[in-house]
Design a protein around this ligand. Structure first.
Ligand code: GLU
Length: 545
């Protein structure tokens, strides 16, 4: 077979050479040790927590080493592509504060290694497809889907490995150049296959997360280009990560089984392999056992879930870092106020036994993260979220910016700041009592405070109320009224001799808190009163008289 003639027959329009491509995408000029990393999401319309999980690792490795982090759109599978899906990926990464130095953006591609969308790199792949054909390492295959099914059935029946290799490849490998030309002339579809070698060798790859991976060397005639001339993931991965000069490939462990194909291609093309980092699958607890997160059953697998729930981007990062590096939590406790970018992220502290996604833990982390933010930061992040997901609330915040800001400051000082806000969505319900428009009584007052008690109490309270009292003067008055009404001023007195009192001061403050905030569980009454203002205090309490 004249491989040159074959390569010209298959790729008559490809004139560039591998050297041209090498020149077009030169090695990056970066200091030693700088990592070049990427994520390569497929635009399916569904952005996965796993995409962000790998993005966090890749971003940290690149940026903490003074390297480059880029976004490549892996759109080789047009069956899975959904309108607008590229924007969805880009926007959700932006929402979570993932900063790319290069790659696909909503305004096109940016960076010296463009294009960053695989379909636009068709010619680049074909240069190497042509090169492999020229060197007898790839050939066209005209097997139909039916023929491939038949082969698979035969292999299943005889318990052989599935795939095109050895005797199963003979039919396609044995075609003469005339037959190939004839088939092409007839318009028969073909794919380009790699010419695998029969081998008993093993390969060994040092995975930065898992250590040494040993596996049988590839012996398959796997597909390089599909019938539309677009590469498979395997071929595109090798070409792109070589020419975009990635130093580390961070991807899910589901790709480990394809590693022999990738190793084969790097070797045959004479290129150095990147460092592979195969990350653990995201899992959750289901009863007492762990299972993989499922797209069908678990809404938390979609990144959109975190956006809709209004979980702050900082909390999601914090949460992912906690899952990703076993020493992160300890570091966070020792450094509560440092930005997470100061944490020295390392690949060897990663778990390989499955990363556990625990939403209760996320909520806990989120409360902590938000309680460490200034009121101004909470204000602006919450408002950004409301602008998209709760416009009515956004309007309220804009209508009462000062009140909102002082409300967000309630309970902030001191060494045990309140942790009332968990998510931006929950902030809307938590904060609703500050605004007349959304205020409602949600909880019942205790049985100790019947109608009559309420009337008497609120009348006395309003009579003695002076909005200018400081917190201790205010509380002294509350205690005085409590005693006058026959309630115990000290809860422990009531506990000791319940028959001597109508109830305790706890019942009284609870009643006051519910009247002012609508709920039994709310921040300090004196502070709340000063946020909502005297007029509102009086109005809310007069209703009970
Ligand atoms: N497109 C691949 C995926 O979505 C990316 C894998 C990789 O990062 O190489 O799984």
């Amino acid at each position: 077979m004249d491989f040159n003639l074959l390569s010209e027959t298959l790729f008559p329009d490809i004139t560039a050479t591998p050297e041209d491509i090498e020149k077009r995408f030169p090695k990056r000029n970066l200091p030693a040790g700088a990592c070049v990393t990427r994520i390569g999401p497929s635009p399916t319309g569904f952005v996965h927590l796993g995409n962000l999980y790998n993005a966090v690792i890749a971003e940290r490795l690149a940026h903490q080493s003074g390297g480059v982090f880029y976004l490549r759109i892996e759109d080789t599978d047009n069956k899975r592509e959904v309108e607008g899906a590229v924007e969805t990926v880009i926007n959700s990464m932006a929402y979570f504060g993932v900063h790319f130095d290069e790659g696909a953006t909503t305004d096109g591609d940016s960076g010296d290694y463009a294009p960053y969308r695989q379909r636009q790199r068709k010619e680049i792949y074909q240069v190497f497809a042509k090169y492999l054909v020229q060197h007898g390492k790839a050939y066209p295959c005209f097997l139909t889907a039916e023929e491939i099914d038949e082969i698979r059935e035969q292999q299943t029946a005889s318990k052989e490995n599935p795939g095109i290799y050895g005797k199963y490849a003979e039919k396609s490998r044995g075609l003469t150049i005339e037959q190939i030309k004839g088939n092409i002339k007839q318009g028969l579809p073909w794919v380009l296959r790699y010419r695998g070698e029969e081998t008993n060798e093993y390969i060994s790859v040092d995975d930065a997360v898992r250590g040494k991976l040993e596996m049988p060397r590839n012996n398959m005639d796997f597909v390089l280009l599909k019938s539309d001339g677009i590469p498979t993931y395997h071929f595109a991965h090798v070409i792109d990560d070589h020419f975009m000069r990635s130093t580390h490939v961070i991807r899910g462990e589901e790709w480990i089984s394809s590693l022999p194909m990738h190793v084969e291609l790097f070797n045959i093309l004479g290129w150095d392999m990147p460092v592979y980092c195969h990350t653990a699958t995201l899992m959750k607890m289901d009863g007492t056992s762990k299972r993989k997160l499922s797209k069908r059953k678990d809404p938390e697998l979609a990144l959109s879930y975190y956006q809709q729930e209004g979980i702050s981007q900082d909390a999601v990062w914090e949460f992912l870092l906690t899952i990703l590096n076993s020493n992160y939590e300890e570091w966070r406790i020792a450094n509560p106020d440092m930005p997470y970018t100061d944490f020295p992220y390392s690949l060897d502290k990663m778990s390989i036994s499955g990363a556990l996604v625990d939403l209760d833990k996320l909520r806990d982390i989120s409360k902590n993260v938000i309680c460490h933010m200034t009121a101004e930061t909470v204000f602006s992040k919450w408002l950004d979220w409301c602008d998209i997901y709760n416009q009515e609330f956004a309007e309220l915040i804009r209508k009462y910016p000062e009140k909102t800001l002082s409300a967000l400051n309630v309970g902030k000082g001191g060494n045990k700041p309140r942790k009332d806000i968990e998510t931006w969505k929950q902030a809307c319900s938590f904060m609703s009592f500050y605004y007349d428009e959304t205020f409602e009584i949600q909880d019942d007052m205790s049985a100790e405070c019947n109608d009559e008690t309420r009337k008497i109490f609120f009348a006395k309270y309003l009579e003695s109320y002076n909005h200018d009292d400081d917190s201790s003067a205010w509380f002294a008055k509350v205690r005085e009224i409590t005693a006058e009404m026959g309630f115990a001023v000290k809860p422990k007195d009531y506990k000791k001799n319940p028959e001597m009192y109508k109830g305790s001061i706890v019942n009284i403050t609870n009643m006051l808190r519910i009247a002012l905030t609508g709920r039994a569980n709310a921040p300090d009454i004196w502070e709340v009163s000063h946020v909502i203002g005297e007029e509102t205090v009086r109005k809310r309490l007069e209703k009970w008289i």
